[in-house]
Design a protein around this ligand. Structure first.
Ligand SMILES: [Zn+2]
Length: 380
């Protein structure tokens, strides 16, 4: 900055000439008028009223003027700055009003529009688990087979080597369908001859009767027993049964299929099954199948430091029954047991859901409370 100088005339100083001050003022007013929104106006404000704006720089020149010239120059610059600030404030108010009006329109809420508050549901975990099991077998070339839930006694029992006097028939707490008026049936085992199926095995019989081997089918479905509904029983539950009939099938094929299923369902290394001898009329030999506990993988056995709640530290979880199809069943279904052999296994889906997802009460699965199904999400 220059030192005060007696001969200094503001009219002679370039930045303080009246026309220069006017030009600066007019430029500022034009810039404010041209600012289309508040952001642009802010830029113009910095350019024309900020510390490095032309008028601010001109103002600083005043200090270098001789005293007699300061008043005139100060008045000139002051009037220009006053006009600029006034114009800025006016434009600011104008743009703010415009913005507020626009926001009112753009952000208006139409309270008459329909609302989207319907909570999304979830498929029942019994359905999704059943489909997951089906997928594993469909990937191996199996077909999904279905059959009626009201079934003849012959298909539900006799064809499966469970004759009327067979003790196993008594173990199936069967719902008998009452015969129609005039047909002489009053229900009961010698009545209408029709039952609510107690297992999905009649679908296997139907499959063998319907088509020629080789046959690979998986039969998921609802079955009925006369149990009371409690924490571990329900009169309606779901089974998945599997049937393979082909030339040369052995227990080894069954074991390999079971091992693959538990690996696909529970994942990871070390998942396997074991077979324990048992008796079922429709398979010979028959076995109970267990799978290694998917939580501790058997490491809790004899290891009190690592107890496992899922398998009660036994290392194995009982899954269901299996075996080689009894030749009598093959014969009843028109399959030559000299040429073909078959294996079958089945298990309850409710039971698997209970230990797979720590469901402690079977009633939760049938009561239809959405708080039960929702946490399972939309697994497809
Ligand atoms: Zn365990």
């Amino acid at each position: 900055m220059s030192a005060p100088n007696k001969s200094y005339d503001p009219v002679e100083v370039e930045a303080l000439k009246p026309e220069e001050i006017e030009r600066m003022r007019d430029e500022a007013l034009a810039a404010f008028a041209a600012a289309g929104d508040l952001d642009a106006l802010h830029e113009a404000k910095i350019a024309h009223t900020g510390p490095t704006s032309p008028l601010a720089l001109a103002n600083r020149e005043i200090g270098a003027l001789p005293p007699h010239a300061k008043a005139e120059a100060g008045k000139r610059v002051g009037q220009a700055r006053g006009a600029v600030n006034k114009s800025l404030a006016a434009r600011q108010a104008e743009l703010e009003a415009e913005r507020d009006a626009r926001v009112l329109v753009e952000e208006a809420v139409d309270v008459t529009l329909p609302y989207d508050r319907t909570p999304s549901g979830a498929r029942h975990p019994l359905t999704t688990l059943s489909e997951r099991i089906e997928d594993i077998f469909v990937a191996m070339g199996y077909e999904v087979a279905e059959g009626p839930e009201v079934e003849t006694e012959w298909l539900n029992f006799d064809a499966l080597n469970i004759a009327a006097d067979h003790p196993a028939r008594g173990e199936h707490d069967t719902f008998f369908v009452k015969g129609a008026e005039g047909t002489g049936g009053e229900g009961g085992e010698s009545g209408s001859g029709v039952v609510l199926r107690t297992h999905t095995s009649p679908v296997q019989v139907r499959s063998m009767l319907d088509r020629e081997p080789p046959l690979y089918v998986i039969c998921p479905g609802r079955v009925y027993r006369t149990d009371d509904l409690d924490a571990t029983h329900t009169p309606v539950f779901h089974q998945v049964e599997l049937l393979a009939v082909d030339e040369g099938l052995t227990m080894a094929d069954l074991k390999g299929t079971l091992d693959h299923m538990v690996r696909a369902l529970f994942g990871g290394e070390g998942m396997k099954t074991r077979l324990r001898p048992n008796f079922f009329p429709f398979t010979e030999p028959s076995a109970e199948m267990d799978m290694v506990c998917y939580v501790c993988r058997g490491e809790s056995v004899g290891n009190p430091d690592r107890p496992c709640r899922t398998c009660s530290s036994e290392g194995w979880i009982e899954l269901g029954g299996c075996g080689m199809v009894n030749p009598k069943v093959l014969t009843a279904c028109g399959v030559d047991p000299e040429k073909y052999s078959g294996f079958a296994f089945g298990f309850g889906i409710e039971r698997m859901l209970m230990f797979r997802h720590n469901v402690e009460d079977m009633r939760d699965m049938v009561e239809g409370d959405v708080r039960f199904t929702r946490p399972f999400g939309m697994e497809i």
